[in-house]
Design a protein around this ligand. Sequence first.
Ligand code: TYD
Ligand code: MG
Length: 463
Amino acid sequence: MPKTKTQYVCRQCNRITPRYFGKCPQCGAFNSMVEEIVEEPAKAAARAPIGGVRSTPKTLNQVEGDSDERWHLPIHEFARVLGGGIVPGSLVLVGGDPGIGKSTLLLQMAMLMAESAGPVLYVSGEESERQIKMRAMRLAEESKIEQLSDKLLLLTETNLDVILEHVHALKPRLLIIDSIQTVYLNGLNSTAGSVSQVRESAARLQELAKTSGVAVFLIGHVTKEGTIAGPRVLEHIVDTVLQLEGDRYQSYRLLRAAKNRFGATSEVGVFEMSGGGMAEVTNPSEFFLAERMVNVPGSAIAVTMEGTRPILVEVQGLTSTSNFGNPRRTPNGADLYRLMMITAVLTRRVGLRLMDQDIFVNVVGGLKVDEPAADLAIAASVASSVQDRPVLADCALIGEIGLSGELRSVGQLALRLREARQLGFRRIVIPRTFRKQSEAWPEGLEIIQARNVREALEAVLAR
Ligand code: TYD
Ligand code: MG
């Protein structure tokens, strides 16, 4: 095969050079050059677009309007994060740390979709067919796997040109590439997983998705810097970026949308890694409160929103006398500056003695709360610990704290109240600024309206 010509392009200033430079000769940026295939114009024009469809301009009414078309995905938590199902012709990137469960979740999806929507091609460059089969055996019963036989196809291949040939022959409705870092295009000199390979491969798959209507899911590894394969190269190409997060030592997993052309980015899906794959957690609050201890100092319940769904989480606070000049503030699952601000408010506005105390705050379950609505619960957990007074067991707290110690209103109060009530909480502290709209507030929940942190703490800390 004749060798394809390649060139190097600076991603900062678009300077083109025939060979690689660590530092761009034009703009001086470091590590900004990426390899690209040079195609002769005549050849580029002659190359039949993937799927054999040539683009033509259309008027808006010529474009088919059923843009809402989505394939039903029976994993509800997953479907919600996608915006309500799988969009035909979309390119979705699923990122996450190694071992978090990406292959498991996508194989589960592949099996379900093969059943309901038609042929699915699962391409793996990381694992052997046997390994995938073994995983499938954990996820479904033998008889189920047999039923799927001709609808779910496995392919272990890393050459993208070969993969695309198979796609044309098999015409699957869903294509899964595990992972984008393992596939390569022949024309490029750089190795699989390099920025050039990942970018060009993703671009080819995007073309495939857009011209043929196949929905393509890419699995991507998160690099140490927290980006997916180089400086956000992929995020721009794909339609949707999903992140699978979680603690290796905890069984639950969160699926978040970081970008979504077909839905909201605030949605979160909650799963639990079980012996039989990723199980949906339909009531996350119950899950996160399962091991809660009541009537011990240093524990408070916050009602935060994860997307459109309220989740109750336990915030633990611990104060202990510091041995060093500068006491430490250590939040786990909360923001450091938020904790420092809350500590300052507790010191100045409530009069707690915290300047010689190390403060640790932990959001139980490994969840991250970055919403200011959790301020009051954080404050209560710290105050409860330093004063050794437990927070009343049936009480949850909602409110953002301002610098003068005042409580500020938060969004979606009605949803939060309903969730707290459903989980058996009897009392809830909210900012005074809310006017009572009796129909929105659930029955059987005593609502304590506090103007500031001091009032709120008076109401919830046991004497
Ligand atoms: P995997 O999907 O291979 O992770 P990734 O593709 O993100 O690297 O999942 C890896 C972990 O999940 C592995 O430690 C085994 C565990 N696991 C279960 O606990 N239950 C299961 O049913 C399966 C299939 C895997
Ligand atoms: Mg994997």
